[in-house]
Write a protein that binds this ligand. Structure first.
Ligand code: ARG
Length: 257
């Protein structure tokens, strides 16, 4: 009897604690980190999704996030940080969203929520003109080194396929490309649109026409903020339906037709 009573009491206590906790979360439940603002973390060396024009960060992600913010009655603030600190910062409640041409992956979904995807990316392989690397299989099978941006899906896939020893990690995609032009690495694995921009800006590089992986880009949010997630998804849906997203993407990636 005493045992049963203890059990009942502790169950009641745990229940009450749960309620108290839920109450706390409820009362501190702000829509955004700072009232009236939508704080976006990005890594702004990823054209045409984010890049500097003078001292302003512009690009597809900036324009989509700015329009989302407007529709939510918020002011967009952009913080340029290392790519691999975006998710931890969102988890820590420093930023409302990570918006950085960020690929939705199973693994990242364990740490953050993702909005509905708003764009597609493709991992491609950049090599020096005349390289004997013809495709991903050749890159993986040979004894080649690969440059990647630290913490990106290119890094994750390559580390997995060829092992740490053959992967050189750089803070910026552009630095990986520079290493390729210097002959420090044999290839770079990176998203197709920045790849196009980097190859255009550097002579003697080519993108292999064997795409490596197709991915969805979405914004990431703290798992505890479903309210903001829903609001952003509603805005993204409206912006898809009224053509806003297509127009923004077309502005930066003109479909030559
Ligand atoms: N799509 C890749 C990923 O999510 C690369 C994104 C890099 N983005 C950036 N802004 N530097 O891992």
């Amino acid at each position: 009897m005493k045992n049963l009573l203890t059990k009942v009491v502790s169950a009641a206590l745990i229940g009450a604690m749960g309620l108290a906790l839920a109450g706390c979360a409820g009362s501190s439940n702000k829509l955004t980190v700072e009232d009236g603002k939508l704080i976006m973390a990005t890594n702004a060396f990823f054209p045409p999704y984010e890049f500097y024009e003078g001292d302003k960060i512009v690009g597809i992600d900036q324009e989509i996030a700015a329009e989302v913010a407007t529709r939510l009655g918020l002011e967009l603030e952009i913080q340029d940080v290392e790519f691999d600190s975006i998710i931890t910062g969102v988890q820590a409640g420093k930023y409302d969203i990570g918006c950085a041409g960020m690929t939705v992956t199973e693994d990242r979904l364990k740490s953050v929520n993702f909005t509905t995807p708003y764009a597609t990316g493709i991992q491609v392989i950049i090599v020096a003109d005349g390289s004997d690397i013809a495709d991903a299989d050749a890159l993986i099978a040979g004894d080649y080194t690969v440059g990647v941006q630290q913490g990106t899906t290119g890094d994750i896939y390559m580390s997995d396929e060829v092992g740490d020893d053959r992967v050189e990690r750089f803070n910026k995609g552009a630095d990986a490309v520079l290493a390729l032009t210097n002959g420090q690495v044999d290839a770079v694995v990176i998203d197709n649109e920045p790849a196009n921009a980097f190859v255009e800006a550097n002579e003697g590089l080519v993108i292999l026409d064997t795409p490596y992986a197709v991915e969805d880009y979405a914004m990431c949010l703290n798992k505890d903020n479903e309210e903001l997630l829903n609001k952003i998804n509603d805005a993204l849906k409206a912006m898809t339906d009224d053509g806003t997203i297509a127009a923004i993407i077309e502005k930066y990636i003109p479909s030559n037709g």
